[in-house]
Ligand binder design. Structure first.
Ligand code: HEC
Length: 156
């Protein structure tokens, strides 16, 4: 009966199988988990309603002010919101990109250089494809700053 305490411990431990590891093991969406959750339709951001760019033709849209001088601010925002997929250098060679069905485009390539400033801006604020849009994260001014930085990557 020398082993009795050990057997008792094993017996008690076997009862633990139904104890949750922690609050992580519950029926909720985990960060980054599909389906992506969008804000409810017609919800208004705390800074007020803003222009919906999804119907605006990017090629006809001009920046309200010259983009030169904005790229330093844009880089800070790019590093936060875009680099995870497009990479710090715009080559889109990131671990996240490799896992996506549609690979993020190389922002240093010709296709991005061929876009107008307005088209890059619209892509950021109103992308309706695999790429998320940043309508709720970036103001217009910030999106123009990111556009300025994307221009420096593509040389366009
Ligand atoms: C979740 C990954 C992801 C993030 C984050 C992301 N993108 Fe994208 N991006 C994509 C994918 C995928 C494509 C290509 C397919 C498409 O258009 O959706 C793309 C395409 C683009 C294009 C079009 C390029 C071309 O040559 O036509 C631009 C410009 C762009 N992204 C800029 C940005 C900017 C700026 C940010 C940050 C504000 C950003 N992306 C954040 C995934 C991402």
């Amino acid at each position: 009966m020398r082993y009795f305490p050990i057997l008792l411990c094993l017996l008690l431990l076997s009862a633990c199988e139904n104890v949750d590891r922690d609050l992580w093991s519950q029926i909720t969406y985990k960060p980054q988990e599909s389906p992506r959750k969008f804000n409810p339709v017609n919800s208004v951001p705390r800074f007020g309603a803003r222009k919906d760019y999804s119907e605006v033709e990017g090629a006809t849209l001009e920046a309200p002010a010259p983009l030169s001088g904005l790229s330093a601010k844009g880089k800070g925002l790019y590093d936060i919101y875009c680099a995870v997929c497009h990479g710090a250098t715009g080559h889109s060679d990131t671990p996240v990109a490799a896992k996506m069905d549609v690979e993020p485009f190389d922002l240093t390539g010709e296709s991005t250089a061929a876009l107008t400033d307005g088209e890059v801006f619209i892509k950021i604020l109103a992308s309706d494809t695999v790429m998320p849009n940043y309508r709720n994260e970036l103001t217009d001014d910030e999106a123009w700053a990111v556009t300025a930085y994307v221009r420096t990557l593509s040389g366009g």
